[in-house]
Design a protein around this ligand. Structure first.
Ligand code: UD1
Length: 419
């Protein structure tokens, strides 16, 4: 635990408007895809978050030219190395995107197993099965993934689960493979569509992104392009949750409301009106939460990345609910910290039963253990009576840009201390 912390005094309403930053989970694979050509690739709308910093570092270490100008990151020259440094890969899960990008670009890759949030085992079998079907030799030896192929061949791949990362890796591989690839039961997340748009701008031939069957015609080479990530749906969803919980009138710009459909449904109640238009999501809340159960699942169902924020809100509800986690097997670690604030949560295998009681929730010292769990703790602290200290904000910085400034701008009593 480091000494940096976010200090929050609960009880303030949230009012005003915010624009959300570019989507972390879209920007990271777009940056990885940029090494599929030596030409210049510009990725616009990149947020200032530490996962993006780590990806920039990784690309530079692999020999790519990377330059950041405000929110645009330009990558050129391809890579000169195929081995990535362990300490860097350990800092973020998204280093696994380099698997597909590096093998396509160079025919060889040696990657230390990725790190990222400790929310489950996160194996790579779906990635490796797909790569092997495309003709690669792929193995995990000790802590390292090794993969090689002179040139990948198109294949018909049925994924046993719609893994987001595996779909993204296989899209990159199939784009430069010899022949056509069909991905069946692939992921349908908006970030898949964002990557498909980016790859198409580079000359790839991808059809069916956003559905569960994608067809990709391999091309000989990809070329330079300019691409952009949309607004971060999870950052936007986190603001929706905070506004619903704290009460107030908050307008959120820069996000596609359609991508938030199930999240908005989960927070709409007799206490909370949510209007979604093309340009803005507006939340008007009395600051009371209705008890509601949800089940996380791949898109378009309720996102696992909103699960901790949702549970944090349910601690203040007017009844009991269950939240079932079907995507990651270990994603309730933060519940122990919420209990320190007075929450009544019992965690079973993949399910949390929450008995809401607003009067029980009191500010105290808690520690973030992962990105979204950390955000959930901050939301609870913004509502709970008294002062809370949230340690380990570096987890939150992986995916939210200036988390405390965003909520302070809406009226929350929140500040960071870094002495
Ligand atoms: C991505 C997102 C993450 C989000 C998750 C699910 C990025 C950078 N991260 O993570 O924020 O929470 O999607 O929406 O985009 N699995 C296997 N074998 C594999 C691959 C995955 O069993 O080879 C399992 C995982 O352990 C997990 C589930 O599939 O239980 C979903 O994982 P996946 O969709 O791959 O998530 P990520 O791409 O890691």
């Amino acid at each position: 635990m480091d000494n940096e912390r976010i200090v929050i005094k609960g009880g303030n309403r949230l009012d005003g408007s915010v624009s959300v930053h570019g989507a972390k989970n879209a920007v990271l694979p777009l940056l990885a895809a940029a090494i599929l050509t030596k030409d210049d690739v510009a990725v616009e709308n990149c947020p200032y978050i530490s996962d993006v910093d780590a990806m920039v570092c990784l690309l530079s270490e692999l020999g790519a030219n990377v330059a950041r100008e405000d929110r645009r990151i330009c990558v050129s020259g391809g890579v000169t190395r195929t081995h990535a440094r362990e300490s860097l890969c350990k800092t973020m899960r998204s280093s696994m995107f380099m698997l597909g990008a590096l093998i396509s670009a160079t025919g060889e890759v040696e990657l230390p197993l990725p790190g990222g949030c400790d929310i489950g085992a996160r194996p790579l079998d779906i990635h490796l099965d797909g790569l092997r079907k495309m003709g690669a030799v792929a193995d995990i030896e000790g802590n390292v993934v090794r993969c090689s192929a002179a040139r990948l061949r198109g294949a018909d791949i049925v994924m046993r689960y719609p893994s987001v990362g595996a779909t993204e890796n296989l899209m990159m591989c199939a784009s430069l493979a010899e022949g056509d690839t069909t991905l069946v039961n692939c992921a349908r997340e908006p970030e898949i569509v964002a990557l498909a748009c980016g790859l198409r701008a580079m000359g790839a031939k991808i059809y069916g992104d956003g559905t569960s069957v994608m067809r990709i015609e391999g091309v000989q080479r990809l070329h330079g392009a300019r691409m952009s990530a949309g607004g971060d749906r999870i950052a936007a969803g986190t603001v929706v949750a905070a506004a619903a919980l704290c009460g107030g009138d908050v307008a959120i710009y820069g996000v596609n409301a359609g991508e938030l459909h199930t999240v908005l449904q989960a927070f709409r109640s007799r206490y909370c009106d949510i209007d979604a238009s093309d340009v803005c999501v507006r939340v008007r809340s009395q600051g009371r939460i209705s008890a509601r159960s949800v089940i996380t699942a791949p898109y378009p169902l309720f996102p696992t990345d909103m699960q901790p924020q949702f549970v944090a809100c349910q601690c203040f509800s007017d009844g009991a609910c269950t939240v079932r986690e079907t995507v990651f097997e270990n994603r309730f670690g933060y519940a122990e910290e919420l209990k320190r604030m007075g929450a009544s949560i019992s965690v079973g295998k993949n399910v949390a039963a929450v008995a809401g009681d607003p009067s029980a929730m009191k500010g105290t010292a808690v520690a973030a253990q992962d990105l979204r769990g950390g955000a959930g703790l901050c939301l609870a602290a913004m509502k709970a009576e008294g002062e809370s200290v949230v340690y380990n904000p570096r987890y939150i910085d992986r995916g939210y840009e200036s988390f405390e400034k965003l909520f302070a701008s809406l009226g929350a009593n929140i500040r960071r201390i870094s002495d």
